[in-house]
Ligand binder design. Structure first.
Ligand code: NAP
Length: 307
């Protein structure tokens, strides 16, 4: 017999996980939340959130901080630890985090996604030495310098807007001629004098041994290679799912996302998936918190409790 059995263990402290924690603990469930890197997930790096209902403008960090406090107030327990594995033992789930086993009646996976790499030879070596995946975290290091942003989604666009305030010049390198991100952001960027679009182009090479000196881009229309001298490259080319370690227990799709419908139920009864980590078409802050709510309500129902 286990000494402590949680009603629910939540894995991931982003908007989905924290919302699930708020609902579960408020409903009186003994709730443990694991976060292994930093609370907030992707949104923590967003300086300006304008599309979360109830706030005209708020930073991702402040929003997460409020949500964290709210969940803690209702008694959520937390461990700053990496979850390594989950196994099913009769009607319970045993979660291993940093080598210690924790037991729960239900599990809510809110593992989010991680930044996609360009896949270039020295990309990892130059991480922190010119290569960054977080403009708001590292942008200040590049004050008055020339930088590039790679990507064409809303993250790349907001990163470029943010960097243009501090950097001398910002090159926005995107592999197509049209951006995937919000048109409103493209309009803002096109009016900034220190921003240059480098379209139909991919980053082929990172120049520099101990720190980034330049990027070499290839134009896909004529194959021409161009060297652009920059001190920093902010890679914002989307995210990938982070569910590899659970693949023997729950069903994942071909891209590694957890197969779960709008009810957040996974292929294993008692395990729920919330937020960006599950297969879904719209990954937004609001859909993540919505998932956190649904997963929590269904976890409550699973153990015979109610919200
Ligand atoms: P995203 O929308 O998936 O965009 C990824 C971008 O990277 C795309 O332009 C894609 O090009 C490009 N890309 C992907 N793989 C590449 C590769 N190997 N080499 C070069 N380019 C590559 O990701 P995101 O911008 O991080 O946005 C994620 C979600 O967060 C979206 O739903 C977005 O709307 C949301 N978001 C919202 C806000 C906000 O302020 N509300 C801010 C940021 C993000 P293609 O276009 O050619 O596929």
């Amino acid at each position: 017999m286990y000494e402590t059995v949680y009603d629910t263990i939540i894995i991931g402290g982003g908007p989905a996980g924290l919302t699930a924690a708020l609902y579960c603990s408020r409903a009186g469930l003994r709730t443990m939340l694991f976060e292994g890197e930093g609370y907030g997930g992707q949104i923590a790096a967003s300086p300006r959130v304008e599309n979360y209902p109830g706030y005209k403008v708020i930073s991702g960090n402040d929003l997460i901080s409020h949500l964290y406090d709210q969940a803690m107030e209702f008694g959520t327990e937390t461990e700053y630890a990496q979850v390594e594995a989950i196994r099913k033992e009769d009607a319970l789930f045993v979660v291993t985090a940093d080598g210690t086993e924790y037991v729960a009646k239900t599990v809510i996976l809110a593992t989010g996604v991680k930044n996609r790499r360009l896949g270039l030879a020295n990309e990892e070596d130059l991480l922190g030495c010119g290569i960054s995946y977080c403009a708001t975290c590292d942008g200040a290091f590049f004050k008055d310098l020339d930088v590039a942003v790679a990507g064409g989604g809303s993250t790349a666009l907001t990163d470029a807007i943010f960097l243009a305030k501090y950097c001398r010049k910002v090159y926005l390198i995107h592999r197509r001629s049209e951006f995937r991100g919000e048109i409103r952001l493209v309009k803002i960027l096109s009016e900034l004098p220190n921003v240059e679009f480098v379209l139909d182009s991919t980053v082929e090479e990172l120049v520099g041994d101990t720190s980034l000196k330049a990027v070499v881009v290839k134009n896909k229309n004529d194959g021409q290679l161009t060297r652009i001298d920059v001190s920093g490259l902010f890679v914002a080319i989307g995210q990938i799912a982070n569910n590899e370690k659970f693949k023997d227990l729950i069903a994942l799709d071909e891209s590694g996302y957890i197969i779960a419908g709008e009810d957040c139920r996974t292929s294993v009864s008692g395990i729920f998936a919330a937020g960006d980590c599950r297969q879904k078409s719209i990954r937004q802050l609001t859909t993540a918190t919505s998932d956190g709510t649904i997963a929590a309500v269904n976890a409550c129902e699973f153990i015979g409790s109610s919200i």
